[in-house]
Design a protein around this ligand. Structure first.
Ligand code: AMP
Ligand code: GLY
Length: 427
């Protein structure tokens, strides 16, 4: 069958790469895709917010199943529009995707369902938010309530930083309408964990775990990004922690969404902080994480089409997903300036020599092909992903590959997976 993948990041390249391994997939159509998907799929440069245009593409390319990578079209109701047109698509409805698109709503549901999360207050007036921030005596976190590509969250150590964050979100409108409401919440301490699950109503099927690296700088310093690297599995996700996460977080959430009239069907991502008091929710997302997906999907041994079909309209409880037990590490290479304004149009060199390396896959994100050149076209440019018999080897293979790739202004963190290595050496 022909399958369409919506999105153009590393996650979508990784999904398309998995689809190439399915014997049942004939053609993959990526909208818009990137220079990396060009070699394995048909890229179509359409506007992913134009659902009618996407529905036309389904007909034109005889697509049997559509998979949505990013949150923006999901929150805008792409799944609802495809269903109205009688088409098969993987992802939650707009009502269910609110769990990511509206953090104030997510907080409300979590509170009502007694799901452990940071204590939070929601504000829609600048003055109220400022008064509250000024009165805080400890560190806290300020978040835009709407979608902000991972950049609308400010971890504040003092009142001054908090006031600046409020100003940026609500006055300067750095994230547009996403800043109509603001959340000020308790600062949680601990290690972060990304948990992914397939959800179909009240049925939950846990996927492999991963850890992201959100901050731009080594040692988790500096502003937040969409994610600078990831590894899977996360050694801190012990069976007992995962059982707690399922029982105290995922089950009450999917039950609450069912009871609320917005049952969830799709991939659910719980961003967690493992605090001394147990796992607490930082946020829910309505999709796979990126770059986590690159590390997770590199380890997938089952046919991804079976998973997507079960999620679209089958029975996820019958899936028996197999993972390669070897860990995977993904190092993101970004353009100079990211997560602020960044340069584009730099020629990328070295991709060919890395393509020959065993155990390494370069998933492309902000890239495009201009004649024979692959050039940068986004903030996060590449996700250099490697597997190995242990996390140390996976890390060194990923960094050896990174060293072979060059473009002007290339930046990457040098400490991806160090937390996992430390955890392994003390366990
Ligand atoms: P979010 O998009 O809400 O997951 O926030 C992005 C990142 O900001 C998280 O992955 C954390 O690194 C950080 N963060 C968000 N909320 C908190 C919190 N309450 N305490 C500490 N760090 C947080
Ligand atoms: N890597 C974080 C995210 O996808 O939201």
């Amino acid at each position: 069958m022909n399958v369409m993948v919506i999105g153009g990041g590393g996650r979508e390249h990784a999904m398309a790469w998995c689809l190439t391994k399915s014997p049942r997939v004939r053609e993959i159509i990526c909208v818009p895709g990137n220079a990396g998907t060009m070699g394995i799929a048909t890229n179509v440069d359409a506007d992913i917010s134009d659902h009618a245009a996407l529905i036309e593409l389904v007909e034109k390319h005889n697509v049997s199943l559509t998979i949505v990578g990013p949150e923006v079209p999901l929150c805008a109701g792409i799944v609802d529009d495809f269903h109205k047109a009688g088409l098969r698509i993987v992802g939650p409805t707009a009502a269910a995707a609110r769990i990511e698109g509206d953090k104030a709503y997510a907080k409300k549901i979590m509170k009502a369902a007694h799901i452990p999360t940071a204590e939070a207050r929601v504000f829609d007036r600048v003055e109220d938010a400022k008064l509250y921030v000024e009165a805080r005596e400890h560190g806290f976190v300020v978040k835009a309530s709407g979608l902000a590509a991972g950049k609308g969250v400010f971890v504040c150590e003092n009142n001054e930083q908090g006031l600046q964050a409020v100003e940026q979100i609500m006055v300067d409108r750095a994230f547009g309408k996403a800043g109509d409401k603001i959340i000020v919440e308790e600062l949680l301490k601990g290690q972060e964990l990304s948990v992914f699950a397939l959800v179909e109503g009240r049925t939950i099927y846990m996927l492999a775990t991963a850890q992201d690296h959100k901050a731009i700088g080594d040692g988790d310093v500096g502003p937040n990004t969409g994610g600078m690297g990831a590894y899977s599995p996360a050694p801190i996700a012990t069976p007992s922690i995962m059982a707690t996460v399922e029982r105290d977080i995922l089950v009450p959430l999917v039950d609450a969404m069912n009871n609320d009239g917005s049952p969830y069907r799709g991939i659910l991502y719980a961003g967690l902080m493992l605090t001394p008091g147990g796992p607490k929710v930082l946020e829910f997302n309505c999709r796979l994480g990126d770059p986590e997906a690159q590390a997770v999907l590199m380890r997938l041994e089952s046919d991804i089409l079976d998973i997507f079909e079960a999620l679209a309209d089958g029975d996820i409880s019958k899936l028996g997903i197999r993972w390669n037990p070897q860990p995977a590490v993904c190092v993101v290479m970004t353009a100079q300036g990211y997560p602020g304004p960044y340069e584009q149009g730099q020629t990328i060199e070295g991709l060919d020599s890395v393509a020959e390396l065993a155990h390494v896959q370069v998933f492309q994100a902000g890239t495009k092909q201009i004649e024979q050149y692959t050039v940068t076209s986004g903030g996060r440019v590449l996700g250099v992903t490697a597997m190995g018999p242990d996390i140390r080897v996976a890390k060194s293979r990923a960094y050896q590959a990174v060293e072979k790739i060059h473009f002007n202004g290339a930046y990457y963190r040098r400490d991806i997976a160090d937390k996992a290595i430390a955890a392994k050496s003390t366990s």
